[in-house]
Design a binder for this molecule. Structure first.
Ligand SMILES: NC(=O)c1ccc[n+]([C@@H]2O[C@H](COP(=O)([O-])OP(=O)(O)OC[C@H]3O[C@@H](n4cnc5c(N)ncnc54)[C@H](O)[C@@H]3O)[C@@H](O)[C@H]2O)c1
Length: 405
């Protein structure tokens, strides 16, 4: 809202600020991405959502304390108009939270139908042509895929039976996909990353993307690690720790929610370093990830990384990274980008996993037969090549022999 009113530039958003090179370097064609592909305009977006707390978005933003009060005042009216719809919530899946704005239903199927009714009512009330849903709710407890998640039929039966294998986030994802809405998961939960959901996405022609937005420490990890690997520098250990004081930090203080986050944060290095191909450099890498809830720091998270490197003739070196970041400031532009690109994907007739959006996620969804791509630079190339492909432009390979023939 502040961005569309021109109160600040959209820093961090590829859809709003990014450019894309087209054709040969000699052609000088580098439009803005939003002039190249038909993205929805920020002026046409209406926001809505669900939360277990009744506060409107202005009150919630004041509580969160991320943005300056004076900045919030300038969009106060618009924020106050957004009141969360009652949530599908069960403390079993988020142990550190509880709130009053919660739906009641005879089973999980009934709750999903209520979410579908909310989606339809919102669409009618605001005259929306299209909609996208993104789960920005809390991290749920660690869960593994089970037989319940195997097919649409088994999943729907389990909804009727209110099976424990269906956390709240899955109820929302099911509702969105059934309505054919693109769905993204900003959290590390299982949510839409199970066969039943992917079958539903295919049937209802809905694109999906996830999991867990890549914002702070993992973003830096997937910038630094490809560089070390490119120079074939060995890594013996990578110790990452964070202090964080917002509500996300409080939820992650519960070991079961932390386990979900830990799994998500740990996978990147294995895939980037490929220890099976480079055992001398990366085998037995000791990778530790910690998150400590430390209220005084609020949303201004601090991440420390200590990397133990090995160079020529086996000599050890160290690299230390101290990132004093802001959790929500890093997340906002990429939540926006994911939504706009998913809307584009839907209009382009793409459904199921959108691997080209891996760029935005810590543990990118991928086809079972391929490993996930974590290298930020490969991810960006894939994203931009997908946009070129959609618009009928040549893909860029960076071969460039023609300049020297
Ligand atoms: N930088 C980031 O902010 C960032 C980066 C990557 C991933 N994430 C993930 O995104 C998620 C949200 O992060 P956040 O910082 O915005 O957390 P937050 O605690 O500020 O907000 C989450 C909101 O979800 C609500 N909620 C929880 N369960 C719900 C349910 N079943 N239905 C409706 N609302 C529900 C909570 O009441 C809360 O208001 C977390 O899983 C977090 O780990 C955040």
């Amino acid at each position: 809202m502040a961005i569309r009113r021109g109160l600040a530039p959209p820093i961090g958003s590829l859809t709003q600020m990014g450019t894309i090179r087209l054709g040969k370097r000699t052609e000088g064609r580098t439009p803005k991405i939003h002039d190249f592909v038909p993205l929805a305009s920020l002026n046409d977006i209406v926001f809505g959502g669900w939360d277990i707390f009744e506060e409107d978005c202005y009150a919630a933003a004041r509580t969160a304390g991320v943005l300056e009060p004076a900045q919030l005042e300038r969009v106060r009216g618009e924020l106050e108009a957004i009141k969360p719809m009652p949530a599908v919530f069960d403390r079993r899946y988020v142990k550190r939270l509880d709130g009053p704005n919660v739906k009641k239903g005879k089973n999980k199927r009934d709750l999903a139908e209520q979410v579908i009714a909310d989606i339809r009512a919102f669409k009618a009330e605001h005259g929306c042509d299209r909609m996208v849903m993104i789960w920005c709710g809390s991290t749920e407890v660690y869960m593994k895929e089970t037989a319940v998640h195997a097919t649409i039929a088994s999943f729907e039966k389990a909804l009727e039976e209110s099976d424990d294998a269906i956390p709240s986030s899955m109820v929302y994802a099911y509702a969105a996909l059934r309505e054919g809405l693109p769905f993204a998961n900003a959290a590390p939960n299982l949510t839409a990353d199970v066969p039943a959901m992917l079958q539903l996405a295919a049937r209802c022609k809905a694109p999906v993307a996830g999991n867990d937005m890549k914002t702070g420490q993992t973003l830096i990890k997937t910038i630094i690690a490809p560089g070390l690997k490119a120079r074939l520098l060995g890594v013996k250990g990578w110790y990452s720790t964070n202090i964080l004081g917002n509500r996300d930090g409080e939820v992650l203080d519960d070991p079961e929610s932390f386990k979900t986050k830990e799994e998500s944060k740990k996978s990147a290095l294995d895939y980037i370093f490929q220890p099976h191909l480079y055992p001398e450099l990366y085998q037995d890498l000791c990778h530790v990830v910690r998150i400590n809830y430390y209220p005084p720091r609020g949303d201004n998270k601090e991440g420390w990384d200590n990397i133990d490197l090995i160079g020529w003739l086996g000599y050890p070196m160290q690299l230390k990274i101290n990132f004093l970041c802001r959790d929500s400031i890093l997340a906002a532009p990429i939540v926006l980008d994911s939504v706009l690109f998913l809307d584009l994907a839907k209009r382009a007739g793409m459904s199921g996993i959108q691997e080209w959006l891996s760029f935005y996620f810590k543990s990118p969804m991928h086809a079972p037969e391929v490993y996930p791509e974590h290298d930020l630079f490969i991810q960006l190339m894939k994203l931009k090549n997908t946009l070129r492909y959609l618009q009928g432009e040549d893909l860029i390979t960076h071969l460039g022999r023609e300049y020297y023939d």
